[in-house]
Design a protein around this ligand. Sequence first.
Ligand code: PGA
Ligand code: ZN
Length: 404
Amino acid sequence: MSRITSAEIDSIYDSRGRPTVEATIVLESGARGRAGAPSGASTGAHEVAAFPPGGVPEAIRTFRARVAPALLGLDAADRAAIDGRLHELDGTPSFGHLGGNTATAVSVASAIAYAEEIGVPLWKVLARPHVDGRVFPAIVGNCLNGGRHAIGGPDIQEFIAFAESARPEESVAAAIRVHGLIGEELHRRFPKLALGRGDEGGWVAPLGNLEAVELLTEVCARVRDETHLSVHPGLDLAASEFFVEGKYRYKEQTLDPAGQVGFVEHLVDRFGLRYLEDPFDQEAFDDFAALTRSVGGRTLVVGDDLYVTNAERLAQGIEQGSSNAVLIKVNQVGTLTDTLRTVDLADASGLATVTSHRSGEVPEGWLAHVAVGTAARGLKCGVLGGERVAKLNELLRLGRATGR
Ligand code: PGA
Ligand code: ZN
């Protein structure tokens, strides 16, 4: 038995300089696992709470007083027991007492400690029954930022390169190439402007929504020609952020829900989008379904705030045919057990999964193992910035370990 002999939690900073938590779990054998939990900015209304009302200090106090003693002696091999204990101790439906980030950090750190103890990579401990670790995700690389992640940019939150290859070395290089070429083009267009990067490492520039998609599309075509890989444009609209009083309010236009369905269909057709996340408000299961019926054969329609990695919400989306893909963020739902339940439901229903970072990240690579262990269709982890590159580099290591 891989008994837990020590469980600690401490405060660290995320990539936005905001405090979050990391957990350290030590087993009887001496094996240890450490993991930090990220934080979002455009969070979904139905996510679990990242922290209790008193923030990180309260999360740490609660952990030390009530959680750590209750974890000691548990078997790190028994993920359900650890994650179940976290739910019992919390006693709310939303980790409102412990904080979802505490749950994530403990759940992941325990899995890392167990993997260390039995001498296998983390992805193997997480692997779903059909997964052999040889299927690598497409890179869903955020190249241009807007919305809440980039003051002064477009309303659409993320302009994405969707880069596919069986070999992560190729897909990662292609996404980085798109990012680099967009930077060069922006410097050419705005020679006097001090250009910067947003929270997820994509460029920030004073572009309108359509100008930004046009630029992305041109650059993806160039990289496709150069590399002969499948590199196509994608968007995360994070539309709940600009859905106010029943309307989608862009700087350039205001659309009612039917108008938004038409606008997004037009974007897919005109730009050949292959990836489309949160094109509607987080309650708009029906509008998602209408869009999936019309364009779902040629693009991934991905629910992020719509599902918040929650199996019950995903079940509703499956029932209504709302999307053909689901975004997977561990700390939206709390533990690995909850996360993998949602992944299994998506797999059983033929929906693709896309493993995702948060806008406020920790500079760690464990997310790549979640993607490989679940044979995710995509790994959405940004392109540049140390906290993003940490995940891409880990994916490269996993690729090399299998000869890819
Ligand atoms: P986040 O959003 O700021 O909540 O991490 C990222 C996303 O919408 O995908
Ligand atoms: Zn999103």
